[in-house]
Each structure stands twice: as C-alpha cells, then as structure tokens.
Ligand binder design. Structure first.
Ligand code: HEM
Ligand code: SF4
Length: 556
C-alpha cells in the first residue's frame, strides 16, 4: 500500500488545522452559513435530514487494518456505532456532531486518511477494481496509476472549481469490475499483440438524471501518457463545460453536445501541448510508485487445498462458489465479505464488524482490505488453505453471507431515511426484496443477477446499471418505485429500460419475484438473467408484469 511521505502528511495535517479554525469561526458566528458551506463541503461534511454527514475518502477503495480500526473507532466514539460504505468506495458517517468533525479529521490524519474532495466540483475519489493487483485476469495492476492520479488531483488549483464533480475509474482487467463506462473518465488497460500495455479511454459516462454509457475516445493510449491525456480531457472540460445550468454541467453533456469525435479532436489539440511534458509517467517514476504496491504474498503458497472439497457443508460450498475469486498466485484466493445480510442496510458495517474485518485481514490477508463499489469488503490476500477457517470466523460476525453477485447482494443508497434529496426510502425496500427472495440457497438458485436501488434520480445506488433497477419517485407526495430492466456494468455495458408505470413500496417485492419467475421459466441451461432478458426481450417482461394491456395497471 502507498504510505504518505512528509509532504502528504503535512498537507493533511494543515488541512485539519485550517478546518478546525473554520469550524470555530462558524460556531462563533463569524462565518455565515453561506460562507461556511463551501468550506465544509471541501471536507466532506454535508448537512442531511437528521444530522451532519461526513464522507471519508478511501483512495481507490484500499485500506489497511489500522485504518479500518480507526473507522470503527470513529463510528463508536463519534457516531451511532456504524458506518455506510458507498458505491464510490468511500465511507459515510450519518450521525456526526458538527462541532466534533475537526476532531474526527484529526484522528483520521493519524492513519493517513481524510475527507478532502469527497464533495464539491472537483476530482473525486478515484475508484478501481476491488481485485486490483491480485486478480487472475489482470493485464496490469492499476493501483500505481490510481495513486499517481490521486496525487495529481488532490487540491489541484486548476481542477478545484470544475463545472461539476468529476469521477474517474480505472481497471486493469478485461472483465470490468469498476464500471469504467459509467464514469466521467474511465480507462481499461490492454495488452497489444506486441506485448505493449496501454489504455482504452472512455469519457462522458455517468448515471444521475441523464444516464449515459461513456464513449471510447482512445483505443490504445500509451501508458506513459495516461496523466497528460487526462490533463488534456480535464482542460477541455474546464474550458468548455457548461456553468450556466447545474444539470448540463457534467462532462457527459459536453461530450454529447460536441459529439464524441469533435470532443476527442479538442482533447488531441490540447494534448499536443502536454504530451511528453512533465506529466509523462516515465519508467523510473512508475517503478518508484509500483514499489509501494508490491504484494505481500510474493510467492505462490502451498497449492494444496487443504481438503476444501472435503468440507462438505453446503453453506461453505455455496460461499466458496459465490464469495471466493481467483487470485493471480497459485494457492491464494480473493474473498469478499458480504455486507448484505438480510436486514442489514446494504453497505452498513457496525464498529464491531469493522474491528472484526480488521482482525480477519491481519490474520488472513496481510492486513489489507478493499471496498467494492457494490458496497462489500474484500480480503485480497487469503491463502486457500485458510478459506474454511476464515469462513467460520467471518460467520461469527455476520460477514459470511454467500450472496456475492446474487439478487440479495442489493446495492442501495441511504435514500429517504437519511438523504434530504430522496423521493423515497430505499433501505426498507431492499430488505423487503431480500426477505422475499429467500436465503442464500434460494438466491443461488436464481443465479447471478444484480439489483440496485436509488432513492432519487441522482442514482447514487447505480440503479441504471442493475439488471433490475429500482428508483424512488415522488407522486403527489407519495413514495413510488419505477423499475428498470437490463442494466449492466459490463459485457456490454447498458442502461436499464423502464419497464412501465411505477409501483407502490409494498408491491415491489412481488414485482421482483415476478420478473425472476419469468426468467426461471424461460432460462436455458446456464443462462444468466440478463442473457435471458436480452434473448426474450423487454416486452415479454412488461407483458408478464402488467398483462397485455400495458396501460391498464391500476396504479399507473
Ligand atoms: C449525503 C447524501 C448524498 C447526497 C446529497 C448525494 C448527492 C448526489 C447528487 C446530487 C448526485 C447527482 C450528481 C450528478 O449526476 O451531477 C449524486 C450522484 C451519485 N452519488 Fe450521491 N449523494 C449522497 C449520497 C451518496 C451515497 C451514500 C452514495 C453511495 C451509496 C453516493 C454515490 C453517488 C454515485 C455513485 C452517483 C452517481 C451518479 C454519477 O455521478 O454518474 N452518493 N449524488
Ligand atoms: S440517490 Fe438520491 S436519495 Fe439516494 S443518496 Fe443519492 S441523492 Fe440521496
């Protein structure tokens, strides 16, 4: 993992001191609400429905066990004993006290963490594949590039006041676990036939009220020029992005208005000035950064499975099948600890669970933890021989739900229970769906199916890219839910289509069950939900849900 140098540490420490003084002046009435708002937002502090909310950055979703222990301590000492891991791999504390936030930031600084750029019109936390550096299918470890981008973007004077927020995701694998097509900039590493590695670059993807799949504007960007090219994109956006209307300000609107080719041509013009300049990532610079990310598990472990198959417990076998992924080193595995036990608000972890994960990471994963954008925690360095013991220990803390990638692994924003922008609650709907779909065995029987819920059009729960997406809408002051089908983050990326008129909260579980029911009826051997949907078509599901007369739905 990257360790702060003196400059990083000083920057974060000074930021805490400055914020402490800003808070003091605000509480003393020397700063107005309006003056204080941008200052608090630059430090991740929102004012929400019930209380201030603090969003803490987890750079590219990577944490050490002491950092996670610190998050547990903050949850316990400054909040109500839990935190919420988000779809952007950060953590949010929903019940902090305004006057204590400088103390929280001071505590975070002691473990090289902060809340800088978790809000505001700047470059937000860069996200990546939660399996980065260990995935069996990886072309390159994207984390050194993520860290280079983090340093470039942190408190950058040029990019601190962009037209709107800006999100970047990188992946080093052909199987996209970082949703790169749905970011302002997404990049995916590729290896050419001649062995050279570069990046495909996508721009203008995003969710929110105008969901769009990103356009590919580079088919093979030389890896040395990743930063100079991103700089060129940001400059074009900063210059031409619309500042007149908030809803038109994201880069996706600029790319759409200019057209991807014309946008790419503008970027190329700018890149001519930057290419080969100081932003070039030469081999020495890259090697120095890469050294921070050397795997603690450098040599293959004893490949013996230690009789894993012999542990006949079907619950363990289900967990192996769903929560354990292939590691690039023989004898190791990547394990996802599910934060989606039925009844647990998706992505929430209690302080005790965070402490437990830190402990498990130390015992089984070289002290390393990742956050996935599906709001789960990943242990990336587990010896296969330890899998059974890890499973048993994780189960003691309700962290061994075997549902990764299944419909009960619901991705969900905090919705109306916490967020002041919400049209509807999302957490109770998630729980009702989980209950209706049943236990891990029942969910496994349905097979891979992503289900995402957002409480409003801002799409923090990524509902557009769920195979089944659920969006809270407001109808005359009542909570309703619109259902989309066919969203997908990968292979190929797609935005879900609205299936028809929206439903009341109490109808949603039965609607999901009906959708799943048609799939089960129609699926061919081994066919996953989204493939059946693509084969038999959206209309079949619409008819199944609403009957032949689509408009006759009573609650339309
Ligand atoms: C304090 C609570 C929150 C507020 C006020 C908030 C606000 C917003 C707004 C206004 C947007 C739309 C912006 C745009 O597209 O230009 C948005 C998008 C988004 N937010 Fe949140 N959000 C909150 C919590 C969360 C949480 C808890 C998550 C993760 C679970 C999250 C992740 C995202 C993501 C992934 C998007 C995607 C849209 C995109 O940028 O393409 N946010 N949020
Ligand atoms: S999707 Fe809407 S309700 Fe949910 S967290 Fe985002 S802004 Fe709030």
């Amino acid at each position: 993992m990257y360790q702060y140098d003196d400059t990083d540490q000083r920057l974060v420490d000074e930021r805490v001191l400055r914020f402490r003084d800003q808070m003091r002046r605000f509480l003393a009435g020397e700063l107005s609400e309006d003056d204080f708002r941008p200052l608090r937002l630059q430090n991740g502090l929102y004012i929400q429905r019930h209380a201030p909310m603090l969003r803490v950055a987890i750079p590219y979703g990577t944490m050490s066990s002491p950092q996670l222990r610190m998050l547990a301590r903050i949850a316990r000492d400054f909040d109500r004993g839990y935190g919420h891991f988000t779809t952007r791999c950060n953590i949010q504390f929903n019940w902090v006290r305004l006057e204590e936030t400088p103390d929280i930031l001071a505590e975070l600084a002691t473990v090289q963490m902060h809340a800088i750029q978790t809000s505001g019109n700047c470059i937000r936390n860069i996200t990546t594949d939660p399996y980065a550096g260990v995935a069996a299918d990886e072309v390159l470890d994207p984390r050194p590039y993520c860290e280079i981008l983090r340093q470039w973007s942190t408190l950058s004077p040029e990019y601190s006041f962009l037209p709107r927020k800006f999100k970047i995701a990188l992946t080093g694998s052909p199987n996209d676990r970082a949703a790169v097509s749905f970011h302002d900039i997404g990049a995916r590493a590729l290896r050419r036939d001649d062995g050279e590695i570069g990046f495909e670059v996508f721009v203008g993807g995003g969710l929110g009220r105008t969901p769009m799949v990103g356009h590919r504007i580079q088919t093979f960007l030389p890896r040395h020029e990743l930063l100079s090219y991103f700089d060129a994109i940001l400059r074009v956006y900063n210059r031409h992005g619309r500042r007149d209307k908030k809803y038109k300000a994201r880069i996706k609107i600029l790319v759409k208005e200019l057209g991807p080719e014309a946008f790419a041509a503008e970027v190329d013009k700018e890149w001519d000035y930057l290419r080969g300049g100081p932003a070039r990532i030469d081999d020495d610079r890259f090697a120095a950064m890469e050294a921070h990310f050397r795997s603690p598990a450098a040599t293959p472990a004893d490949a013996a499975e230690n009789g894993l198959a012999g542990h006949g417990d079907p619950a363990f076998q289900r967990w192996l099948a769903r929560n354990v992924a292939a590691h690039r080193l023989a004898g190791y595995a990547i394990v996802t600890l599910s934060l989606k036990q039925t009844g647990n608000p998706p992505g929430d972890a209690t302080a005790a669970q965070m402490d437990a994960v830190a402990e498990l990471a130390e015992r089984y994963s070289a002290g390393e933890i990742r956050v996935s954008h599906e709001q789960n925690l990943v242990l990336p360095q587990v010896r296969r021989a330890d899998l059974h013991a890890l499973w048993r220990d994780a189960a003691d803390h309700r962290l061994a739900t075997a549902n990764i990638g299944l419909a009960t692994d619901v991705v969900c924003c905090p919705g109306g229970d916490f967020c002041s922008l919400a049209n509807a609650r999302s957490l109770p709907v998630a729980e009702a769906i989980q209950r209706r779909l049943g236990d891990d065995a029942a969910a496994a029987d349905i097979g891979p199916l992503t289900l995402n819920i957002s409480g409003c059009v801002n799409a923090c729960g990524h509902h557009h890219i769920g195979n089944i997406g659920i969006l809270g809408v407001d109808k005359n002051g009542e909570e309703w839910y619109q259902v989309t089908l066919g969203g997908s983050q990968d292979g190929p990326p797609a935005i879900g289509r609205i299936v028809g008129p929206s439903f009341r909260a109490e109808e949603v579980p039965a609607v999901v069950e009906k959708v799943v029911g048609l799939y089960r009826l129609q699926r061919r051997d081994g066919e996953v939900f989204v493939d059946t949907l693509r084969r038999i078509g959206h209309e079949s599901f619409k008819q199944h849900l609403y009957g032949a007369d689509h408009d006759a739905h009573p609650q339309a």
